[in-house]
Design a protein around this ligand. Structure first.
Ligand code: 16G
Ligand code: MG
Length: 542
């Protein structure tokens, strides 16, 4: 380690006084102007992680659905997963070290994780379209090179594309070719083959309007369009040519406000979807003939996909187990539908892709989706081998189903949730089953629900258990919630400290919108009173 070079370069990336940041569910995320030193240091950390794992590590510069002025950074582990939890702590320590202690903190981490400093290091970098991203990614590169690591800068990429690149590079190209063309070709080939089996029912079925949140998704989807044009025609909106990133558009806006984004022309019954700012989330929606807006969120996506996979698995007659993973935010109706109609076991984990991903790895076929539209399907190696073997057998119903499953494996980004890949799977399933978006929506009716935020002095006074469904602290809060929930029909409520904002989140659902609103309000008041609320008391009426 060239310590002189480290000292010299870190001086160009000085840490602002008093700034403390935490590596949370989505890495570091804050105003872009405060992140230069964090980027440099994450370059350093990526080198250590690469040396330790003897693998390529990814660094993504993005703040996803946050406003354009923000930015963020996260590390991607060797198989495309989120950074291991023990390393999140090292990331936090390194980011918060005072400049004069940087060297010693770095050495401490190297010792703790037993890094062989002579090992080679390789880091790949991607960034979103924010104005600040290019300069910040240069700071990451500076950090990597000062520790002698090699860099490949992919430049503009969606977050899932960077995960894909990392996965490809660490499996010697077995998963795919580590280029954007490789990604486009792999997914498009699987999509065209899969939809090729569909009974073609008119052109309209194959048209989709996509709101790209004025982000990176627009650039990459535009590049990819020609590869799958045989199976689907997409029309891009909020493509970054005029509007601002995530401003009144994108998956997060549509899901939280339950209304269409600005900048998209929706005719009745047309199928539309929205990506978020880094294209790892997707939600669908349409307007009915009466002008009402209908949202099909991650839960609706999970049910559509699980039913499809269940049918194919029954067809091939192999005992492959399917598990569906959700969070406490999953609408109660979706969970009931999955358990009672689709007849698949459903599991609940804490919020955050890494928790769902981890749980989904326990099954032959693990379907995971957060209600907000993050998700994918994972296939175990054993399931993949079995399916590929069956697909090679002579033409019969069984091998046809296996071939379709083989396409599905290729189509889902096995490294992480991916809006583009999810979109293609959904389009393929709708085409194969001949379903309109209304028919898909009608699989079950969402229970009315409401989400609220409460400001408290310290949100960490709330701690939860049972996948965030029960509050264990502060004393009395869970009892209060239980009493309130009893007042309503088909009701459920929970609270949790947000991992990305300085607020406590409240979720309530019940048999009517009025009841869900009133339950959410009452729970907010209980949080305000029992967990140290600050500022204005929660208000009723929305
Ligand atoms: C992050 C997570 C997302 C989660 C959200 C919850 C990843 C890649 N992203 O965006 O999965 O739903 O945080 O935010 O893990 P909250 O803690 O503020 O409610
Ligand atoms: Mg995102």
């Amino acid at each position: 380690m060239d310590l002189d070079a480290l000292t010299k370069h870190s001086a160009f990336h000085a840490k602002p006084d008093g700034l403390i940041l935490q590596y949370g569910t989505a890495g570091f995320r804050t105003k872009a102007e405060h992140l230069d030193h964090v980027m440099f240091r994450m370059g350093l950390l990526a080198v250590l992680r690469s040396k330790q794992t003897k693998s390529t590590i990814g660094v993504m510069v993005t703040a996803s659905h946050n406003p354009e002025e923000d930015n963020g950074v996260k590390l991607v582990d060797p198989l495309g997963e989120m950074l291991a939890p023990s390393w999140e702590e090292h990331a936090t320590c390194l980011a918060n070290a005072e400049d004069q202690n940087l060297q010693s903190v770095l050495m401490d981490i190297s010792e703790k994780v037993a890094v062989n400093l002579h090992q080679d290091a390789f880091v790949v970098i991607g960034r979103d379209t924010r104005p600040s991203s290019e300069k910040l990614s240069q700071s990451v590169i500076d950090g990597v090179t000062v520790l002698g690591g090699q860099v490949h800068d992919y430049g503009l990429l969606t977050t899932p594309q960077l995960h894909y690149m990392v996965y490809c590079r660490n499996t010697s190209g077995q998963y795919g070719e580590a280029t954007t063309e490789g990604y486009y070709e792999k997914l498009s080939k699987a999509f065209v083959e899969l939809t090729g089996q569909a009974f073609c029912s008119g052109d309209d079925h194959r048209k989709l309007k996509v709101d790209c949140a004025n982000g990176i998704g627009a650039l990459k989807l535009r590049e990819m369009k020609p590869y799958f044009s045989q199976g689907l025609s997409v029309q891009l909106f909020n493509d970054g040519s005029g509007g601002k990133l995530n401003y009144f558009c994108g998956a997060d806006f549509v899901k939280t406000h339950q209304k269409p984004p600005q900048g998209i022309e929706m005719k009745s019954s047309e199928r539309c979807c929205s990506f978020d700012g880094d294209a790892d989330r997707i939600v669908y929606y349409y307007q009915d003939v009466d002008g009402h807006f209908h949202l099909l969120d991650g839960d609706k996506i999970a049910t559509l996909i699980s039913s499809f996979l269940k049918e194919l698995v029954l067809e091939i007659g192999e005992s492959l187990n399917i598990g569906v993973v959700q969070t406490a935010y999953a609408n109660g109706s979706s969970t009931r539908y999955l358990e009672e109609v689709v007849k698949v076991p459903v599991y609940c984990t804490k919020t955050g892709v890494k928790h769902l991903h981890h749980k989904a790895q326990e099954f032959d076929i693990g379907v995971y989706f957060e209600a907000n539209g993050h998700g994918t399907v994972l296939f175990s190696k054993a399931a993949e081998t079995k399916i590929k073997q069956l697909a090679k057998e002579l033409e019969d119903k069984k091998s046809k189903a296996a071939k379709m499953l083989e396409n599905v494996i290729d189509l889902f980004n096995q490294a992480t949730g991916d809006a583009i890949s999810d979109m293609l799977v959904i389009e393929a399933v709708l085409a194969l089953k001949g379903l309109t978006i209304q028919q898909w929506d009608a699989l079950y009716m969402d229970l009315p629900n409401r989400q609220l935020k409460v400001k408290v002095a310290d949100r960490q006074v709330i701690s939860t258990t049972d996948a965030e469904r029960q509050a264990v602290k502060p004393p009395g809060l869970q009892e209060a919630i239980n009493d309130l929930v009893k007042k309503y029909k088909l009701s459920r409520a929970f609270v949790r400290p947000s991992g990305t904002e300085d607020v406590v989140r409240v979720y309530a659902e019940a048999d009517s919108q009025e009841s869900a609103d009133s339950l959410a309000y009452e729970v907010s008041l209980a949080v305000f009173q029992l967990a140290g609320g600050v500022g204005e008391r929660p208000q009723s009426g929305f």
